[in-house]
Design a protein around this ligand. Structure first.
Ligand SMILES: [Zn+2]
Length: 264
């Protein structure tokens, strides 16, 4: 698969390279078919997210993060990665921020508690209260439904672009030392050591952390001095039991401990 890291190629480039035209067409089809449109009744904006309107790119701990102007959406789970991105956007983005939490009943609505306390802390730390936070409940955490839920916010122009905080997994050798294996469908998004496109779904979705793993996330926490303020309020455990703290036993607890050396 072809990769581009910052600006996806335009149709002008595609004119010279049929492979790019083909890839653009595949990307467009992916957006229009099963992923997100079955619930959407409006017309599809011709260009849903205009990446030329990027206001600036900042660099924290060696990681480039594009800060768009306009209405920015962010998927926030209560985990360490999305909490960090929420803080960065609240600190550096000029426009209104719309945070969306997708909370699973099957996991005891844990996402509600942790995303609320993360958003409260982000507002307290940055002084930015130009933020809304919508929590939506679903029975089961299902990736396709989750993406549809997010992309409809862009297609219906509630936001100009949706930020997400997908990271790379730890390197293969590290994962081999873990006691648990990760679900394969999610793993594909996070394959380590391969340069992945940070813009996807016709620029509707932006994942600035897609090519870094959780140890690099910790480095950003360190640089922003958030390890003792924001980090302890985040929750990474994906236990299917009704746990009140990190179980220390699931894949996500292992990843968190590998990166930060502690749970809270
Ligand atoms: Zn756990």
């Amino acid at each position: 698969m072809m990769q581009w890291t910052v600006n996806p190629p335009s149709l002008w480039h595609a004119w010279f390279d049929p492979r790019i035209l083909h890839q653009l067409w595949l990307d467009r089809i992916k957006v229009i078919t099963s992923d997100c449109l079955s619930d959407y009744r409006g017309s599809i904006p011709r260009r849903v997210a205009n990446i030329n309107s990027l206001m600036k790119t900042i660099n924290i701990a060696g990681v480039d993060i594009d800060i768009a102007d306009g209405n920015i959406g962010l998927s926030i789970s209560g985990g360490a990665d999305s909490a960090l991105l929420a803080y960065i956007l609240a600190k550096y983005a000029p426009g209104p921020l719309k945070f969306y939490s997708y909370v699973s009943e099957d996991k005891f609505r844990r996402g509600e508690k942790y995303s609320r306390q993360v958003v409260d802390k982000v507002i307290e730390l940055t002084g930015n209260n130009n933020i809304s936070h919508d929590i939506t409940y679903f029975q089961t955490q299902e990736y396709k439904q989750f993406i549809r839920f997010l992309m409809i916010k862009v297609m219906s122009k509630q936001v100009d672009i949706m930020y997400c905080a997908v990271t790379e997994t730890p390197p293969e050798a590290v994962m081999e030392s873990f006691n648990n294996k990760m679900e394969s469908s999610v793993f594909q998004l996070r394959t380590p050591g391969i340069l992945k496109d940070v813009y996807s779904r016709s620029n509707m979705e932006y994942n600035p952390f897609r090519n870094i793993n959780k140890q690099r996330i910790r480095a950003i926490y360190e640089e922003l001095e958030l390890l003792d303020t924001l980090y302890p309020l985040t929750f990474s455990c994906e236990s299917m039991l009704d746990v009140q703290e990190h179980c220390g036993d699931c894949w996500w607890c292992e990843e968190r401990h590998w990166a930060f050396g502690r749970y809270v």
